[in-house]
Design a protein around this ligand. Structure first.
Ligand code: HXC
Length: 519
């Protein structure tokens, strides 16, 4: 073979690799509304930036009929490229080759990009679409999974890891995405479960569809496994690009500072009239978020799960910020098991990757009841407290309205080492709400009053007295638990100035191997 023939051979091999499992299987993939691995990578990365590794890898199994069935790339496309000019590593499982099932060589390819991403300090994006362990490879496939899991664990908190689920993801295979920072699922074409519908039916008798057991809707609303659900794959891939725009490349860097053309001292008069006069009336805390962040842009995370708390990323004065806000519009913004889990995970993510935290508080307390107690609200609530108390990133808290009891302590209170605590004049900070407090303090006296009108007047007067004493920010401000009471319309400016002031904060904390967060 002369040199020109050798070059021709290379080009032909590359073309062959790019065809994956062949035209028929690509057509079948498209007919399901799914893209191929390479098409997905093309949308994800900056144009022309993808450099592929290990295109010529094939599996090493001769068992069954695999000796004669070899495909270049072996069912996973791996390599690196850029997103907005910043390096990322990527692997995309190719369902057209053995159903994207994982072989020993397939796993080695993923491990190679993960290892290099760790050395370089760049995010890893995994696109999952696979029938799981390659059955013909047996334990070697299981070992391959474990190699990946261990790398996911070591990379956690060092480089951002994002998983897209655009097809099947079942059995132990779910644990790689579960170990990453964010899971994005495509509506109707993806599913995740440890045990599928058939085995579920055999073992438990439960008859349930794939979609109802592990579809995108279930995982984004009920289980909380998926942080994002998207209509189609393109939306999911563009979402990954957006998400990364808020994040640093690794835990030793700060998030990217972007140009900010939105005036930092923009006054929002509407915030001065946002809080309803009646403390029992709700409002949408997103209205506050949109008014104070740059250009009204907020990337909400986990938006369909535990709607009583809102979490997500925004820029303020060009700086990335992670926002956690109680949502009075849903269950009055109460803290329950799911809200605590959701917010705790988000707070820990932000702390791992140097994203400052802004907490907007309007919380009536923890949700009472046996279902919450039996479900372990004590431990789950403690997770959120732990996450806040442990976080060393700049922490700014603004109390908008209610901040009662244990929930007050949890929601980034001064004593959990929040750096700056502001409150609006509408803030109410106390051990409990007026009604509950009067019942405890005056219960016997109230029971003794026989006349109903007299009783109602007595309760109203006592509630008024309590409200005047505690339902304001000045009691907390008097003790220095608040740094200032601010005008709502000026919140954007005050928060950005605070963020800029404390950006260089250092708080190494005590030396330890790791903490024992209440899991
Ligand atoms: C080898 C596999 C495979 C697998 C699919 N294929 N899964 N080959 N090992 N795990 C092959 C099929 O034989 C077929 O090959 C091609 O991929 C496409 O599969 P189809 O069944 O035709 O596609 P579809 O109808 O879309 O169904 C997709 C599927 C189904 C639902 C994923 O293939 C399936 O149930 N596969 C088995 C899933 C499974 O039980 N995996 C093990 C899970 S346990 P041809 O040549 O005909 O095109 C596990 C443990 C991990 O993964 C543990 C980690 C610790």
């Amino acid at each position: 073979m002369d040199s020109q023939e050798k070059i021709k051979q290379l080009i032909e091999l590359r073309e062959k690799a790019k065809m994956g499992g062949g035209e028929k299987r690509i057509a079948s993939q498209h007919s399901k509304g799914k893209l191929t691995a390479r098409e997905r990578i093309d949308i994800l990365l900056d144009e022309g930036s993808f450099e592929e590794f290990d295109m010529f890898v094939t599996h090493r199994t001769d068992d069954f009929d695999l000796k004669d069935k070899k495909y270049l790339s072996d069912g996973v496309v791996t390599g690196h490229g850029t997103i907005d000019g910043r390096v990322v590593y990527v692997f995309a499982q190719d369902f057209t080759v053995f159903g994207g099932s994982l072989s020993e060589t397939f796993a080695s390819k993923i491990c190679k990009v993960m290892d290099q991403a760790m050395k370089v300090g760049a995010p890893v994006i995994g696109i999952n679409d696979s029938g799981g362990a390659r059955i013909q490879e047996g334990v070697r496939s299981l070992a391959g999974y474990s190699e990946i899991f261990e790398r996911n664990i070591l990379a956690s908190g060092v480089i951002p890891q994002i998983s897209a689920i655009f097809g099947p993801c079942a059995g132990g295979a779910v644990y790689s995405p579960a170990l990453t920072d964010f899971i994005i699922m495509s509506e109707h074409s993806s599913y995740m479960f440890v045990t599928g519908p058939k085995v579920t039916k055999t073992v438990t008798g439960e008859d349930i569809s794939t979609e109802d057991l592990g579809g995108a809707r279930i995982h984004s609303t009920r289980s909380g496994v998926a942080q994002f659900v998207v209509e189609d794959e393109e939306e999911g891939l563009l979402l990954i690009r957006k998400l990364l725009s808020y994040l640093p490349q690794n835990n030793l860097e700060d998030p990217p500072l972007t140009d900010c053309d939105d005036p930092i001292d923009r006054l929002e008069d509407v915030l001065n009239i946002l809080i309803p006069e009646n403390p029992n009336h709700a409002y949408n805390v997103r209205d506050v978020i949109y008014k104070i962040v740059d250009n009204e842009e907020f990337l909400e995370v986990h938006s369909n799960f535990a709607k009583n708390i809102v979490v997500g990323f925004a820029k303020m004065g060009g700086m990335s910020v992670g926002i956690v806000a109680n949502q009075p519009n849903f269950l009055a913004g109460v803290l329950d098991i799911n809200a605590s889990r959701k917010a705790a995970r988000f707070v820990r993510f932000c702390d791992s990757f140097n994203v400052p935290l802004l907490t907007l508080v309007d919380v009536p307390g923890f949700l009472p009841g046996s279902s919450q107690e039996y479900g372990g609200i004590i431990v789950h609530g403690a997770k959120l407290m732990f996450a806040y108390g442990e976080a060393t990133v700049p922490k700014i808290t603004v109390t908008l309205r209610k901040s009662y009891g244990g929930a007050h302590c949890v929601m980034s209170s001064k004593q959990l080492l929040s750096d700056i605590n502001y409150a609006w004049p509408s803030a109410e900070i106390a051990v409990m709400g007026p009604r509950g407090a009067i019942e405890v303090l005056e219960g016997k006296k109230i029971a003794e009053i026989e006349d109903e009108e007299e009783k109602a007047n007595y309760i109203a007067a006592k509630e008024k007295e309590y409200r005047e004493k505690f339902a304001n920010p000045y009691e907390a401000a008097r003790y220095g638990y608040l740094d200032d009471v601010i005008e709502p319309r000026n919140t954007r400016f005050r928060v950005i100035r605070a963020l800029r002031t404390i950006a260089t904060k250092k708080d190494p904390g005590p030396m330890k191997k790791h903490s024992n967060i209440p899991l």
